[in-house]
Write a protein that binds this ligand. Structure first.
Ligand code: NAP
Length: 250
């Protein structure tokens, strides 16, 4: 039985989540790589980790579906028999729209995946890691967004509101489990060069917004992963309920 810690990364197949998986494996975590649909991308992350001498496996599961979330954590139990960290990363945007143009279906999907999914994943993690439940402690890092501060007018205010909910959830859960060995923090990425912008219909968004960022460039997924790995690590042992902007000054 190895004592290497275990990290579950939701949305670990691409973008920021994939960078978190790879950085975690380099730091000695065993990694559960969740994905929604893109098995090839998840398998590629797993292969890269295994090629580097690490241990990882891919788990299909939609964080917008409560039964999938339960099954995903049970798969981690079965494979690794422990859980030490959760990177609550899976999230979506949608097409650019004004609030008065948004359908109820769009808004409900956004909130189900970005908010309800993150809360349910954190709850499953707390059930395993909290000393109240017989666990040995652990850390959760939620992925918020600078959109929570900026509001993203005329782009996706629904998305921004979902990330503001993640900020508040981070503070509340951190205080709720502070004496139970579980630290809960969040990272607010700024504009990061991933495929999420194309999924919202703006493939050049990261490049187009660069001049508006104080550092004059988009960030990389690896730069977000470094912040997440720090918050997951024992170097952040007195940090809980914190939300770290990683946004090039935006
Ligand atoms: P991305 O490149 O679009 O990757 C999204 C990842 O999430 C993929 O692995 C995808 O899986 C997975 N995913 C999507 N919906 C899912 C669902 N319902 N259940 C499980 N997994 C799901 O996105 P990203 O840019 O890396 O964003 C990651 C997080 O950072 C999100 O929470 C996002 O809001 C946040 N963020 C991003 C930026 C940015 O500029 N990129 C800025 C601020 C915050 P498949 O591969 O199977 O599709």
């Amino acid at each position: 039985m190895t004592d290497q810690p275990v990290l579950l990364v939701t949305g670990g197949s691409r973008g920021i989540g994939a960078a978190i998986c790879l950085a975690a494996a380099r730091k000695g975590w065993r990694v559960a790589v969740n994905y929604a649909a893109n098995q090839a991308a998840a398998d590629a992350v797993v292969s890269q980790i295994v090629a580097g001498g690490g241990e990882a496996f891919a788990i299909k599961g939609d964080v917008g579906n409560a039964a999938d979330i339960v099954a995903m954590f049970e798969a981690v139990d079965e494979r690794f028999g422990r859980l030490d960290g959760l990177a609550n990363n899976a999230g979506i945007v949608d097409a650019q729209a004004r609030v008065d143009e948004m359908s109820v279906e769009r808004i409900e999907r956004m909130m189900r995946i970005n908010i309800t999914g993150s809360i349910l994943c954190a709850a499953e993690a707390v059930r395993r890691m909290s000393t109240r439940h017989g666990g040995k402690g652990g850390a959760i890092v939620n992925i918020s967004s600078m959109a929570a501060i900026i509001g993203s007018p005329s782009q996706y205010v629904d998305y921004a509101a979902s990330k503001a909910a993640i900020d508040t959830f981070t503070i509340g859960l951190a205080r709720e489990v502070a004496t139970e060995g579980v630290r809960v923090n969040a990272v607010r990425p700024g504009v990061i060069d991933t495929e999420i912008h194309a999924s919202g219909g703006l493939p050049d968004r990261a490049r187009d917004l660069a001049p508006s960022i104080p550092m004059q460039r988009a960030g990389t997924a690896e730069e977000i992963a470094d912040a997440v790995l720090y918050l997951l690590s024992s170097e952040a042992s007195y940090i809980t309920g914190s939300i770290l902007n990683v946004s090039g000054g935006r």
